[in-house]
Design a protein around this ligand. Sequence first.
Ligand SMILES: [Zn+2]
Length: 548
Amino acid sequence: MAGRKLNAQFFDFLAAVSILPLVFKIQSLRATITDTTLRATLQKHWSFSSFRSIQLPVIKSFIQNESCLAIMPTGTGKSLCYQLPSLIVDAPILVICPLVSLMLDQCYQATKHGIRALSIHSGMSSVEKAVAYQQFGDGKCDLLFVSPERLEQASFIELLLRTTIAGIVIDEAHCISQWGYDFRPSYLKLHQLSEMKPDAPILALTATATQRGAADIIRLLSVSNMRLIRKDQQRSNLRLHITKLDDKRGYILNHLDRYCATIIYVRSRKHVEVFSDYLQSQGVNAIPYHAGLSKIQREKNQALWFSGHRQCIVATNAFGMGVNKNNVRQVFHYGIPPTIEEYVQEIGRAGRDGQIAECHMLYNQKDISLDRFRERQIIDWQGFIDAISTKSLNVFRQNKLQSLMSKLGLDDTDVHKNRMLNQVKLRGLRTLFERIQQPKLDHFMHMYTYIQLSSCRHVYLSHYFNHEEVSVCHNCDNCINLSSKMLQQLDKAEILSLIRSLHSIKIDDVISKFSSYKRRDVLRAISELYEEELLVCQDHMIYRKDVF
Ligand SMILES: [Zn+2]
């Protein structure tokens, strides 16, 4: 099987080792792989002549059996880091993936490069699943995509234990960490993978992780000697605007360029529907996207947007993971994302072609009220205990409680039947509970600081993620405001000093002397000086103040 994968020299090599045990074969094969071989595979299957970003060190680490966490900016080819090794190693690679849609897309993309990719997910019939189980068990695939929840099923665990695999990939690894934005409890059990498959290297991939998030991922995976390879990138082509106002709809209508690819993020499914209807009523060809739409509708809407038949998509955060469209020019946030990580992921979908893209976040006083945030989002431990004993919460918080309970692995009917949990279970739960609740408040405070910032936003984000020192961007709202203020002051001071040196001057002469500025700006500066009573204007002439 590996014969089809590599250049001729490997045919001989494989023939020589084919009588040896499979595990030995894989490790020996890995030991001989050079950069030249990797580049040849890249050229053959992708027609690229060189690797991008940190792809090469990540691939080499994986192939050399080292576990690693790779943090790479979106759009720098994360998938290739496991797709290419899957063409070289001689057993399947298991890929843990958070969403079925992402799984299917990755499968499709891999197949285009000659990779035998399979997925097992809840949308398949039992016959289809049985066939996939068989193919994976027989080693007749290169990549197998599953969700983390699949790893909790006894039949899959049994299959995994008896199947030789070459490695494990955890895609979108920020989902593991409560410092990421999409915390899911099944991810907490991924540490069992290294116990089940101690010889398989683990490659965790993500686009955004702070130092704290990265440490959390490594800790929760319980892999000893996990390497961290990261590539930071300043996305200074993203123009960041943050605006406090109540009329968010009006702002978006005014700023939306309806001929450019646009994503508008709102925070609930219902709001997606309401706002896309509103935009349609205003003549914008907007389409909705959220997890409550049927699968067919979601795929249809995504395809319409992706192909450019519709430019504007109104979506919840369910939209965007794995979507690689490089000419998105605008991202709007109708409200505050819950974490800086999520915000950066979402604005990172704009301007992947390196051209300027506009990112607007809109908020009002309610959005940044700490009291309101606490009231809606945070349930303290005592409140939790009281609530499950008495069901005393309002509907909104009751829903929050339900989702919190499911994250904690609590059965709703169980709790309501018994009303109180036993003490032993409570102690264990409390640790888990605090691990889920506390970061929410921390995230809110970081977001609050970011919004209130008066200095460069790119510099703040770069510090937040512990990236290398970056210079001010001249491209965020704060930098732009600062430079336009400076320009205006310079303008006015120079005009004033020119006029003070003369008795009088024609307005047109002032305009031509300041020809590097726009005529409109010079006129505005003159009129401001006039209003400030620093000069006098009469009959197209400007006079020194003391002349009159
Ligand atoms: Zn800036």
